[in-house]
Design a protein around this ligand. Structure first.
Ligand code: ADP
Ligand code: MN
Ligand code: MN
Ligand code: MN
Length: 381
């Protein structure tokens, strides 16, 4: 079986002829949403007569939730509520991509809609100006379900030369990484940087700093762009936290965090206070750091391959085997941000940022109030 898809081998010059046609002043808007798995993204497109100038110019829409693991067939209409608008880097200006929240028939948030809950917490802690930056690691697969570029039988040479590598023997699939980066910049996603990772075919991009609920919005749109760019190249990105067993690194989504006081002179004291609070809620955080309550991350957080053990909480300056790392430059300057290394690559950034904001900035007696852990974790509403 070929390792790239059949669709990626269609004649792209023919496509280009159609893409250059004028579109009569009308605008294509592609609605993007998270499906019932909490990990998959779906999208569909409609025409608007005018280019929307703000998110408020984009109407609500709906879709068939029985085909996205989101509802029963008998009551299947779900609402799409536009929340963040981006430029479309595939069909270009004036066309848009719009990230949506999903509501059920009764207009309550769908079980997979963690944004609604995240937003409630962020509203309560607004005055602290909490910023996040997330490091999305991912692994490229061929359509043959084998890591992209790996030998058909056997393995590449062991880890060592691949992290931040250059060269045909070490960097697998850079075209995709560079195309995704440009697509993010064009779209208006706040992409911060990118690098090749420790395992061959594994890469990372970072998004941020973003305030509050914007973090989830920008990371989800960056993920959509990644899936879409990879589709053009005929390969598949996986966010599985441990795609290859054995002596191969897993994939995380390190989450960098700061509040206003941490960024100001003397901020290190507030970073230390934060790590103390985090140590008291390790278990609650782990439950929200992958979509399966910790079951995915347990394969990754082993204490080896630059991770901490899932059962232990630890902190350290420049320590990549700790749960929380304080970057060396932050320790030296006495202000800045800290890095939570525990979230898995397939985490929902709305859940991760929500519980971080809650633990750091809300009274312990208000923890979990917005959602009730039981309901939230197991989707009983
Ligand atoms: P690492 O050294 O862990 O690989 P990266 O360079 O990959 O770090 O990522 C750094 C991340 O930190 C980026 O996502 C960036 O947006 C984020 N970041 C930078 N400054 C802040 C800040 N003050 N608050 C929160 N996040 C920040
Ligand atoms: Mn990084
Ligand atoms: Mn990394
Ligand atoms: Mn990191």
């Amino acid at each position: 079986m070929a390792s790239v898809s059949v669709s990626s081998q269609l004649n792209k010059a023919v496509r280009q002829q159609y893409m250059s046609l004028p579109q009569g002043g009308r605008c294509q808007v592609t609605y993007v949403w998270i499906d019932g798995t909490g990990q998959g993204l779906r999208n569909k497109t409609r025409t608007l007569d005018q280019e929307p100038k703000t998110i408020h110019d984009i109407p609500e829409w709906n879709f068939d939730g029985s085909s996205t693991y989101q509802s029963e067939g008998s009551n299947s209409d779900m609402y799409l509520i536009p929340v963040a608008m981006f430029r479309d880097p595939f069909v270009l200006d004036p066309n848009k991509l719009v990230l949506c929240e999903v509501l059920k028939y009764n207009r309550l948030p769908a079980e997979s809609n963690h944004r609604a809950r995240c937003n409630k917490v962020m509203e309560q802690v607004k005055e602290h100006c909490i910023w996040f930056g997330m490091e999305q690691e991912y692994t490229l697969y061929g359509v043959d379900e084998h890591p992209f570029g790996w030998p058909k039988n056997g393995f590449p040479k062991p880890q060592g030369p691949y992290y931040c590598a250059v060269g045909a023997d070490c960097a697998y699939g850079r075209d995709i990484v560079e195309s995704h980066y440009k697509a993010c910049l064009y779209a208006g996603v706040n992409i911060y940087g990118t690098n090749a990772e420790v395992m061959p075919s594994q890469w990372e991009f970072q998004v941020g700093p973003c305030e509050a609920v914007d973090m989830g919005d920008h990371l989800w749109m960056a993920r959509f762009l990644l899936h879409r760019v990879c589709e053009d190249f005929g390969v598949i990105p996986t966010l599985d936290p441990k795609p290859m067993t054995g002596n191969w690194n897993g994939a995380g989504c390190h989450t960098n965090v700061s509040t206003k006081v941490m960024r100001e002179d003397g901020g290190l004291k507030f970073i230390e206070d934060a790590t103390e609070k985090l140590g008291k809620r390790h278990k609650e955080h782990i439950e929200l750091y992958d979509p399966n309550g910790g079951k995915d991350n347990v394969r990754r957080l082993t204490g080896s391959f630059e991770t901490s053990n899932i059962h232990d909480f630890s902190t350290g300056v420049a320590n990549r085997a700790a749960s929380i790392r304080i970057p060396r430059h932050v320790g030296q300057e006495g202000k800045g941000y800290f890095e939570d290394r525990r979230p898995a690559a397939n985490c929902d950034p709305y859940s991760v940022t929500m519980v971080l904001a809650e633990t750091l900035l809300l009274d312990p007696e208000d923890h979990g109030k917005e959602y009730g852990y039981e309901e939230y974790m197991f989707g009983k509403e």
